[in-house]
Write a protein that binds this ligand. Structure first.
Ligand code: 6PG
Length: 237
């Protein structure tokens, strides 16, 4: 990520524009599923300070969650609260936490699936160095589940998770992927230009989306796909 934080500010402004675009195309709530991990953190912090975001229209969901309490440092909900949700005027009732610590996990998955709209207006995703996205890991059974939300098992702790499924991602109206840093260059290139194989590279499920890349994470893309600087690759690129 650009040391001066320019990626975070740029990505936040792109995200704000996408939220405004979604709000302009519907009269109801704008359903947004937030990503976890570390990349979104500075983007959320910058987004919280961005003007002209219709916070009162948002209905907030999560793309995935670890099986930990909200106060746990590993909680995606806790991270989003700290860096974004506690800093903007979104009513608590419009924030739908994924209760991945609940037991039994399949019932928690079904309950969260019932809370989702038919099609999320915007799903924010990251990409792992193994090509996963949300908690859809390579060759995982979760990739074949006919549901909106499913339990997942990550290769690294915290292992037990809940995640949106490929079916939920497929129904989303907009997908936005955040990727910055050299270590994401290979996974990004594989996701965007590799042979189509979403079982081995689940982030390919977001190929149709908008990828917010910095020069480092875009550095293995062919030049016709990426012309340098911070780049919005994909629809509206
Ligand atoms: C999670 C995320 C996960 C994340 C990627 C990238 O719960 O960890 O949903 O899919 O987006 O692993 O993580 P970083 O942003 O930390 O590289």
């Amino acid at each position: 990520m650009a040391p001066d934080g320019s990626y975070a500010r740029w990505a936040a402004s792109e995200l704000a524009a996408s939220i405004r675009e979604a709000a302009a195309t519907t009269t109801g709530p704008v359903s947004v599923a937030l990503a976890g991990g570390s990349t979104p953190r500075p983007v959320y912090e910058s987004l919280a300070g961005t003007s002209d975001v219709p916070w009162d229209r948002l209905e907030v969901f999560f793309g995935d969650e670890r099986a930990v309490p909200p106060a746990d440092p590993e909680s995606n909900y806790g991270m989003a609260r700290a860096w974004l949700l506690d800093r903007v005027p979104i009513p608590t009732a419009r924030v739908h936490r994924m209760k991945a610590e609940a037991e039994p996990l399949p019932a928690a998955a079904r309950e969260y699936g019932r809370a989702l709209p038919q099609a999320l207006d915007l799903v924010l995703l990251g990409i792992g160095i193994d090509g996963h996205t949300a908690s859809l890991f390579p060759r995982a059974d979760t990739l074949l589940v006919d549901a909106w939300v499913a339990p997942a098992l990550a290769p690294d702790p915290p292992r037990r998770r809940l995640t949106l499924t490929p079916r939920a991602l497929g129904r989303a109206l907009r997908l936005i992927v955040l990727a910055s840093g050299e270590e994401k260059a290979g996974p990004v290139a594989r996701a965007l230009t590799g042979v189509w194989d979403p079982i081995r590279c689940p982030a390919q499920l977001a190929r149709r989306g908008t990828w917010l890349l910095d020069p480092a994470s875009a550095s293995e893309l062919p030049t016709e796909l990426y012309a340098g600087g911070e780049r919005r690759h994909g629809r509206g690129a």
